[in-house]
Design a protein around this ligand. Sequence first.
Ligand SMILES: Cc1cc2nc3c(=O)[nH]c(=O)nc-3n(C[C@H](O)[C@H](O)[C@H](O)COP(=O)(O)OP(=O)(O)OC[C@H]3O[C@@H](n4cnc5c(N)ncnc54)[C@H](O)[C@@H]3O)c2cc1C
Length: 443
Amino acid sequence: MSAREFDIYDVVGIGFGPSNLSLAVALDEFRVNGMGNVFSNIFFERRSSFAWHPSMLLPSATMQISFLKDLVTFRNPTSSFSFVAYLHESGRLPRFVNNQDFFPTREEFHQYLEWAQARVAHRVAYGSEARSLRLPAGVGPERADRLCLQVADAASGTSRMVEARNVVISTGLVPTMPTGVERGERVWHSSEFLERFRRTSPARIRRVAVVGAGQSAAEITRFLYDELPHAEVSAIIPSYGYCVADDTPFANEVFDPEAIDDYYYATERTREALWRYHSNTNYSVVDDSVIRDLYRRSYEDDLRDVGRLRFLRLTRVAGVRSVGAQTRVSLRAGIDGDLRDLDVDVLVCATGYAAMEPTGLLGDLDQYCLRDEAGRYRIERDYRIVTAPEMQCGIYLQGGTEHTHGLSSSLLSNIAVRSGEIIDSIVARSAERTAPCAVLAEA
Ligand SMILES: Cc1cc2nc3c(=O)[nH]c(=O)nc-3n(C[C@H](O)[C@H](O)[C@H](O)COP(=O)(O)OP(=O)(O)OC[C@H]3O[C@@H](n4cnc5c(N)ncnc54)[C@H](O)[C@@H]3O)c2cc1C
C-alpha cells in the first residue's frame, strides 16, 4: 500500500513486528465494535514483507511463552485474531490440543503472525523506513497537535512526509556485539544467523564457535552441531554452564498485566530488586530442554571419543582478528583468566540485544522529551513519552520502557493488553480535546 504525501493520520505505527501488529489488530477491533471514532492509521515497516526474527527460525526452536499470550487473547479472549482461531482455520486445532504443549515452535507462531498480518496488511507500508520525526513547519511544541514523519521508500528510492496525531514507535531490540568486535563475513551476530548460514557452504565450516550463554547461543550451538556433522563446535560461555530459565508459576507472574502497575508505581529501589530477582526468567538463561539436549550430545560425544562439541566455560572474548582464511579469537579463559587463541572458520556472537532506542527517530523532538536522573526517557503509565511543554500529539513507545514498565517491555507477554491500553489512551485524549466543542454544541 502507499501513503499520499501529507496525509494526516490519527495513528502512525513505526515498525511492524508483533507489537505494532497487535496494535493494528486492536485498532481494527475497535473500529469493528463501533466504539466511537474510526482512527485513521498506517504502519511503516522497513522490511519488504512481514518477518519475526527470521534469522532465528531454527528447526524445533520453541516459543518462550504460552500460545495464549498471542496478539489478542489477554485483551479480547473472543477475538478472531487469536492463535486458537488461527489453528481452527488451519484445521490443526484438535491435533494441537492432542500435542498437550503450551509452547508451539517459533516456526508455527511465525505462521500465525503472518496469517494475522495478512488481514491488516492493507494498512502497512512495507519497504518503508521511518527516518525522523519533527514538528510541522511554524508550529511550536506547545501547540503541536501533530507531528511530521519522514519515510524513505526502498523501491523508489524517494522519501515522503506523513503527519500523525499520534505515533507509536516499535522498532525492536538492537543487536549488541562483544566490546571491540565488529561484524564481518566470518563474524556474525545471532540476529543474522540463518541468513548468513544459508549463504555459506557448510563444507567450508570445519571449526565454528558460538559466544554467549543465553537461549539463542544454546539453540545455535545445538543447530550447528546437528547440521555440520564434520565440524568442531565450541561454545564460549562466560558462566560455568548454561543457567536454566525460570518459568515456574510464581516467577511467571512478573509478566502478568497486573505486574506492570506494581513495577510502574514502585520505588526505584524496588524496581531494581524486581530486576535482580527475576531477570533469570529471560536474560542469559536457557530452556531446560535445550540444556539437556546439549548435555546429551556432549555425553554421547565422550562415549564415542569424538570430542566435537566443546564448552569453554568461564571464558570471554578479548578480541578477534583475521589470519589468512581463519578468524583468530583471542579468549580470556578459565579460572585464571589466561589468554589463549582459538582459530575458527566462523564466529557467531549470540551476545544479545540492547533495549529499543528511539532517540535517532525523535531527531529534533528529543529536546522536548523529558528524561530522569539516569538519562532515561520519562514515560507515562499509558506508554507516552513525557514532554515539556506538554504536546497535544502523542509519542508512544512499545519497547524501550524496561526502566518504567518492567521485564515484559521487550517481550510478547503483554503486547495484547499494552496495545489496548495505548488505544484507550489515544481515545481518551482525543475525547478530551473535542469535549468542550461537544458541550458547546449541546448548549
Ligand atoms: C530469537 C528471538 C526469539 C524470541 N522469542 C520470544 C518469545 O518466545 N517470547 C517473547 O515474549 N519474546 C521473545 N523474543 C523477544 C522479542 O523482542 C519479541 O518476541 C518481539 O520481537 C517484540 O516485538 P516488537 O514488534 O516490539 O519488535 P520486533 O519484532 O523487533 O519488530 C520491530 C520491527 O521494526 C522494524 N523497524 C525497525 N526500525 C524501523 C524503522 N526506522 N522504520 C520502519 N521499520 C523499522 C524492524 O524491521 C522490525 O520488523 C524473542 C527475541 C528473539 C531475538
